[in-house]
Design a protein around this ligand. Structure first.
Ligand code: SAM
Length: 249
């Protein structure tokens, strides 16, 4: 497989950039907060928004993935976790919440702070939110092999090559029989129209069996795939993808 080593710096949104942008306001001008990956989550506040409808499917598949695991500890990892609303919403009040150790890996410190706040408010002591560059495999040290992996709101921001590369690396992060819950909008993103048919093939080629694939009325695809071959060894120091959108569209 065509892996790159993690050498280059992270290319995604940076807090300092947002602060700098916020300062580019002349006296007397209305202050508009620049779009960022923290305010992007405000769309979840409307339960009828396309993003909330996607969230409902993600949560349903995550709940099923947890409930499929045999009794005992469950390791969950969320890649580019944002504020962790999917994971926290499922674990809050779930009878197996005490079994689940969840690692939310997210680059934006504000989102990490929010995730910690939400987890605390929901009484979830086993949810850790960490500022991390999830594109480099280094940050998975200690939290994999995972039984459940979420990669939601990520694939639409990668080149098709990086989507394929990331899918093919997932068996290296998995415990036996792990489930991946993933999303990808059916629309045009970074030069590629609906990539989900290809992605479903790439999951299959990487030894995943499709458990579910649904698309919301707005075109958000939500999939759940289970590893049906032995996992592969974890290797640190590899770059999986470059997150192409510094700010949300
Ligand atoms: C579209 S949001 C999705 C958030 C969450 N997974 C969800 O579905 O609600 C994408 C998130 O990826 C984060 N992100 C971008 N590049 C990242 C990286 N290299 N490592 C970790 N997080 C990253 C952004 O800060 C943002 O919160």
């Amino acid at each position: 497989m065509w892996w790159h080593r993690c050498q280059t710096a992270y290319h995604g949104p940076r807090r300092e950039g947002r602060l700098r942008d916020a300062l580019l306001v002349r006296e007397g001008e209305p202050v508009a907060k620049p779009a960022d990956w923290s305010t992007w989550h405000d769309r979840y506040e409307d339960p009828q928004s396309p993003l909330s409808l996607r969230l409902a499917l993600v949560q349903e598949e995550t709940r099923k993935a947890i409930e499929r695991r045999p009794p005992g500890p469950i390791r969950l990892v969320s890649i580019c976790a944002g504020q962790g609303r999917d994971v926290i919403g499922v674990l809050a009040g779930h009878p197996r919440q005490g079994d689940v150790a969840a690692a939310l890996l997210e680059f934006d410190p504000e989102n990490v702070e929010q995730a910690r706040r939400h987890a605390l408010a929901a009484g979830l002591a086993n949810v850790s939110a960490t500022v991390a560059d999830a594109s480099c495999t280094d940050c998975y040290d200690g939290v994999v092999p995972a039984d459940v992996i979420l990669i939601c709101g990520v694939f639409g921001h990668l080149s098709p090559d990086d989507v394929r590369r990331t899918i093919s690396y997932l068996p290296h992060l998995c415990a036996p029989g792990a489930t991946i819950v993933w999303t990808r909008h059916a629309g045009l993103r970074h030069g590629s129209a609906n990539l989900t048919p290809s992605m479903r093939t790439w999951f299959q080629e990487s030894s995943f069996e499709e458990l579910a694939f649904r698309t919301t009325a707005d075109g958000h695809g939500v999939g759940a795939h289970q590893l049906v071959a032995p996992p592969k060894p974890y290797e640190p120091g590899l770059r999986l993808f470059t997150f192409l959108d510094p700010t949300p569209k």
